[in-house]
Design a protein around this ligand. Sequence first.
Ligand code: PRT
Ligand code: ZN
Length: 226
Amino acid sequence: PPSGRDRLRVAIQKSGRLAEPARALLASCGLSWRESRDRLFCYGESLPIDLLLVRDDDIPGLIADGVCDLGIVGRNVLSEQDLANRVDGTGPRFRELQPLGFGGCRLALAVPETWSWRDASQLAGKRIATSYPQLLSKWLADAGIDAQVVLLSGSVEIAPRLGQADAICDLVSSGSTLAANQLKPVQTLLESEAVLAGPAADFDDARAELMELLLRRLDGALRIRR
Ligand code: PRT
Ligand code: ZN
C-alpha cells in the first residue's frame, strides 16, 4: 500500500445487506463520522478513520489499489476476487483479517428437486450457472469434475427453469429462494460471512497503529456480541 498516510480509510457497502451492520459494528468500536453531502465519504471525527461507501464488489480492488486501507466485505466476494488474481498472476493482493459474525451465508451447489442426488460426479457434462466462476471452477477442478460454468451476474436461481443451465452455484441463507425455484442445495463450497479485509502487505506508517487499535476494539465489540 502507498505509504505516508496518517488516516485510515475503510470501505463499506453503500447499500445492501452488509451496509447497516458494518456501520453499526464500527460505531460500537467508538467511531463516529461527519457525512459529506454526496454521502459517499464519511470523515472520522472521534478517530482518524474515514469511511468510503461503495459497491461491495469494488471493495477488494479498492484495497488492492491502495485507494482504501481496509474493507468490510463478504468472504464470498473476497475469495472469488482473490482466486481471480491468483489465476491471472496478479495476486495475492489482499487478505482476510477478521471474521465479523454477520452476513452469514454459504455458497452452495443446488440442483432441481426432481434429481435424485448421490454425489457430485452427477454434474459431469452439465451446465452450472453462477456469479462465482472462480470458486466454482476451482471446486470442480479439485473434485475432478468436467462441467460447464455459465456466468450470470444475477437471477442465477431461475437459470434452470429458463433452460440456461442444469444446476446452479449461488449464495444460500434461509434456503427459501432455492425452494421457491424448485431447487435443493446438495453441496457447500464455501461458508461465508462479512469479514474485515486488508492489503496483503503490512502498513509501514501511522496506519499500522490505527489498524491495531481498530482490531483491538473490534475484538472487544465482537466478544460482547457472542
Ligand atoms: O449493490 P452491491 O453490489 O453493493 O450489493 P449486492 O446486491 O451485490 O450484495 P447484497 O447486498 O445482496 O449482499 C452482500 C453480501 O451479503 C453478499 O456478498 C454475502 O456476503 C452476504 N449475504 C448473506 C448474502 C445472503 N446472505 C443472501 N442470502 N448475499 C446474497 N444473498 C441472496 C442470494 O444470492 C439469493 O439470491 O439471497 C438469496 C438467497 O437467500 P435465502 O435466504 O432465500 O436463502
Ligand atoms: Zn455486489
